[in-house]
Structure formats: C-alpha cells, structure tokens
Write a protein that binds this ligand. Structure first.
Ligand code: URA
Length: 424
C-alpha cells in the first residue's frame, strides 16, 4: 500500500478501506506521510466526499490516535456542548453555568478561535487569571464539586485531528461534511461525556452555508454518536447575523454575564434556552415548558450568575478584571431604513483583523478589542444614528468596510427564523 495509490483511489471517487484510511492518518501523525501528500488526499476527499462507513472509520481512527478521557469518576450524567462555530457565539458561557446551577454536570473541553469565528477558551482567558489548562484530576474533582469545568483540550487529545485540522486550515480543505463530522465527533467522543449536544450553525457566518448541508452534517454526527451508543443531539441555528450584540473576547464575556443576570439579548437567550431545555429533557426527562420555567428562574434569582462566578474563582480568574479598550469609535448609519441583513462573516473578519482573532495559530489575541452592534436585523435605523461601536487599540477603523456589512432598505424583508431544526 502506498499513499499515492490511496490519493489516486480517492481522486477517482472510489471508496477507501479502513486499512487505507488508517495507513494515511497514522502515517501522517507519525511524519511518514508528508504535508503535501496529506493535503492532496484531503482535497480529493473535499471534492469526492466519503460515504458513511468511511467517515465512521475516519472518526474512529482519529479518536484512537491519542488519549481518551475517562469521566466515569464524575457522579451523574455528564454533558458536553459544542458549536460548529459562529460570530458572537458566546452560548457556552451562558449555557454551561446555567445548567450547572441546576445540578447538571458540564465537563467541557473547548477550542480556541480560528478564522473569523471566536473560541470559548480565548473568551475565558480574557478574564484576568482564568486558567484553562488544569490537570485531568482537577478537572474531574471540580465537576464533582461545583458541577462545571471549562478547559482547553489536553495536549494529546486526538492528535490526528490537531495536525490534520491545522493543515486543512491552510489548504482550503475545511469545508467538507465528512471531514468536519469526523473532526468534531472524534474530539467529542474522546472527551468522554455521556450526552453530546451540538449547535450546528448555518448561514453566511458559519461553515455550513445552507440548511441542506447543515442537516447532512447534523445527521452524520448523530449517526456517528449512535455508533458509539452516545446520545448525540444537533440543533441547527441561524448564523446569518452575529449572535447577540458583542463580537470580541472581553466584550462577549460581559454580554454573557449580563445574560446570566437576566439581561441578555433575545436571540442569544432563544438559542441558550432551546439548547438547555433539550439537554434537561435528555438528562432529567422534564417537559420543555417546565425546563424553560426552571431556566428563567435561575437567570432571575441570581443562581446562574453565581455559578459562573464560582467557575471563574475555581479556575483562578478575577471576575472584576475584564477589560475592554477605552478607545471607542461610534459608526453612524449613512441612511435611514430597515436593516435587512448584517454580514456576520465580514464583521467576524473585521473583528479578527482588529486583533480579536488570529490569522495564524501563533498570533497573539487582543482581548480588549471588538465590535458592539447597536442594531440588529429587523430594526429601523435613522440616518446618523449609531449602528455599531468599534473598540480599537492600534488599528484604524475602515468605516466604509463596516457600513458595507449592512443592507438597509425602505421595506422590511421577512426576518429569518433563528431555530431551524433539531436532529437526534
Ligand atoms: N470544528 C472542528 O472542530 N472541526 C472542523 O472540521 C470544523 C469545525
């Protein structure tokens, strides 16, 4: 068997055997297969796809390439929640303490932001002192003691995905349903939770640009989960405009805290409440409406925020030390009308280029910069009224670039639905 035979086979749109996939993945992890050979195979997969059997085998091979976390020492059902990535997506920061405040165990390993999407770990690290790199023993103890721990992936969790994902990111091979499904599910399965909840984002700011692809990805991940007897539920949610108002690390943490105190933006709240009530239904078998009432109670009585404070303190952070830049630039609308579109992808790119994200894995993030929208899709804006605030440091603001993210018309178009489907 040679890697060239395997590349040629996929180039000709033929099904790869488990042994061939194993040869390619393990050979790449062991540095026997070169970057240029792996990227050629990945591109053949992007173009010709993989069937379900190939994708399940790829997931299994990647999953077994490193450590598999054993969470059996945690008492109770452990939940992991993941997002396929969006702009302004601070859902985990609200959902995790909210569920933990109701006694549900959240043991979550999160990633950093890459491309135009943010990552939970970067957001948490914008809180001074917050330590996302705790030992596995402390991780387990903390979940047993306070029901929640949010940490970064350990060094040897799915090393095959780490290496392959970094290559995909720079070779135009991210956007492939079997590659995304196996990448996400190998990490979720290796992280050891009992229930996997995935928020599949769809729209211009997401990896999946249309609902059909989002449904395909969700169904595939649910099938992979089932093949390991791990209940996996996918919620498909709209990512045409940023979620909530804030984009950028500290700004998003502040918005999450306000949401935990009962003052959150309605779209963020809708996604959080829908995901939480599905999880509560799966763990405690409580009907949807009862779950929602419980959740609102925790937001309004301060318990959800108290749990977030407890999480921050336990991981060494100082909740009073979340800084945002004091150099703030207000951008006003150049016309009056209804806001029919806000380009999430472009605003995500702008925030990244201000310093809120990375262009390469080694770039340093500036936690204090970002954007705060003053208007959302469906709102009316007057000429010269503020559309958005830009929190900057050294970089200049390109006003026309930001204005070009908004579609403002005389007539209001239909407002897209936020929650699009549940697949389980
Ligand atoms: N997130 C992942 O973890 N992997 C992908 O391939 C895409 C998004």
């Amino acid at each position: 068997m040679t890697i060239i035979d395997i590349i040629n086979k996929k180039r000709l749109n033929k099904e790869l055997t488990r042994e061939e996939i194993e040869f390619a993945v393990n050979g790449y992890v062991n540095n026997k297969i070169k970057d240029y050979q792996m990227s050629s195979l990945l591109m053949a997969i992007v173009l010709n796809g993989m069937n379900e059997r190939e994708t399940i085998d790829l997931t299994d091979i990647m999953l077994k390439s490193g450590d598999i976390i054993d969470l059996s020492k945690i008492d109770g059902i452990v939940v992991d929640k993941h997002s396929t990535g969006g702009v302004g997506d601070k859902v985990t920061l609200v959902l995790a303490p909210l569920l933990a405040s109701l006694g549900i165990k959240i043991a979550k390993m999160s990633g950093r932001g890459l491309g135009h999407t943010g990552g939970t770990i970067d957001k948490l690290e914008s809180i001074k002192g917050f330590n996302t790199k705790i030992t596995e023993d402390k991780f387990i103890d903390q979940v047993n003691n306070i029901n929640i721990a949010l940490v970064s992936q350990t060094g040897n969790l799915v090393p095959a995905d780490k290496k392959i994902y970094a290559l995909r990111d720079v070779t135009g091979t991210v956007e492939s349903i079997p590659l995304i499904a196996s990448s996400i599910m190998s990490k979720k399965l290796a992280s050891g939770a009992d229930i996997i909840m995935i928020d599949v984002k769809v729209g211009n700011g997401a990896l999946m640009k249309n609902i059909d692809d989002a449904r395909k990805l969700a169904s595939l991940m649910v099938k992979i989960g089932k093949s390991y007897r791990k209940p996996t539920i996918c919620l498909i949610t709209n990512m045409e405009e940023p979620l909530g108002f804030a984009i950028g690390n500290s700004l998003e943490v502040i918005e999450a805290i306000n949401t935990l105190k009962g003052n959150g933006p309605s779209d963020l709240l809708e996604v959080v409440m829908t995901l939480c009530s599905i999880i509560i239904g799966a763990v405690n078998k409580i009907p949807n409406n009862d779950a929602k009432n419980l959740l609102f109670k925790q937001l309004n009585n301060g318990e959800a925020y108290k749990k977030f404070e407890e999480l921050v303190t336990n991981q060494g952070g100082d909740i009073n030390k979340i800084r945002v830049s004091n150099k703030v630039f207000s951008i006003k609308s150049d016309k009056s009308g209804y806001i029919n579109k806000i380009d999430a992808l472009k605003l995500g790119e702008i925030a990244k280029n201000l310093g809120a994200g990375r262009n390469t894995i080694d770039d340093k993030i500036d936690y204090e910069v970002g954007l705060v929208l003053n208007k959302k899709v469906g709102d009316y804006v007057e000429k010269d009224e503020e559309l958005i605030k830009v929190y900057i440091k050294e970089k200049d603001v390109n006003i026309s670039e930001i204005l070009s993210c908004y579609k403002i018309d005389n007539e209001l178009e239909a407002i897209p639905k936020l929650i699009l489907d549940v697949i389980k």
